[in-house]
Design a protein around this ligand. Structure first.
Ligand code: ZN
Ligand code: ZN
Length: 272
């Protein structure tokens, strides 16, 4: 399918997420204004998220969420394609709980993100105090690998090198020092018929690139990875579709010919 006007945002948050105040309708209207044709809502479910701050489970009324998305799908069907998604926080001990969540509703798209390592949310940075830079990265990828070794109810991995958002110096650790970890993870993703996302949310944190960065994308291409989604990780409407054209440009430069959208958890390829 070739669509000159196609523009996707497959990672967005609304006020169903505890860290966003955005009204769903406002997001939709802004997305239409920004000429986004395919918009997925991916609110947070993140269990056992952080032992230090006492944040236990991030969750919300998932039935109401589904109803609201369905309502707007019908209401705006001539103007935009809307998708029922979820960003689920994976950790090795959460597989059963997360599987139950995904089975409970009919999703189009599920992002598996690793926000917490050793039950510490990277956002609070305590994790980095206890590890050298290289260990912080390696343990993060080991934990991601262990999580998706058993949890398979997802579509793509979220912001694969998320840790640079919170400790940008980790970007300076040479890729060859941990690329075997990344490769093992990506091989499993590809073998399982899953994909990865490119997440432009890092720009909001002052990064000069999307996550994951180019080295990861080149490795993914080399391993014959094909499923890729683009998302802004917008928690407010103004960031919807952020840096979309630059991201498409980067993907083409690396040699990718398609991005994917997901409907009822099945990928559909869209030519770039
Ligand atoms: Zn995330
Ligand atoms: Zn997110």
């Amino acid at each position: 399918m070739i669509n000159q006007n196609f523009k996707m945002d497959f990672h967005t948050h609304t006020n169903y997420s505890p860290d966003s105040k955005t009204d769903m309708k406002k997001s939709i209207l802004t997305a239409i204004e920004k000429n986004i044709t395919d918009l997925a809502f991916t609110d947070h479910v993140d269990f056992d998220a952080d032992i230090d701050s006492g944040i236990g489970d991030w969750d919300f009324d998932r039935n109401k969420y589904e109803e609201e998305i369905k309502f707007y799908q019908a209401k705006f069907e001539d103007q935009i394609n809307l998708y029922h998604g979820l960003e689920i926080g994976v950790q090795p001990h959460l597989t059963d709980r997360n599987r139950d969540v995904v089975k409970m509703n009919q999703y189009d798209f599920v992002i598996a993100s690793l926000h917490s390592v050793e039950r510490r949310d990277l956002y609070h940075k305590k994790y980095f105090e206890n590890h050298s830079d290289i260990d912080a990265i390696r343990i993060y990828f080991e934990s991601y690998f262990e999580s998706v070794k058993t949890f398979k109810d997802y579509s793509v991995l979220g912001h694969l090198d998320l840790y640079v958002r919170y400790k940008e110096e980790l970007e300076n650790v040479a890729f060859h020092k941990y690329n075997d970890h990344v490769e093992a993870l990506l091989r499993m993703v590809i073998e399982d018929g899953k994909g990865i996302e490119i997440n432009t949310g890092g720009y909001r944190y002052g990064l000069k690139y999307a996550n994951p960065n180019r080295s990861f994308l080149e490795l993914y291409k080399e391993l014959k990875g094909e499923i890729l989604t683009i998302g802004s990780d917008a928690h407010t409407p103004d960031f919807l579709g952020h840096k979309y054209d630059e991201t498409v440009h980067l993907l083409k430069e690396i040699g990718f010919k398609y991005v994917s959208i997901f409907e009822q958890l099945k990928p559909k390829f869209i030519k770039l």
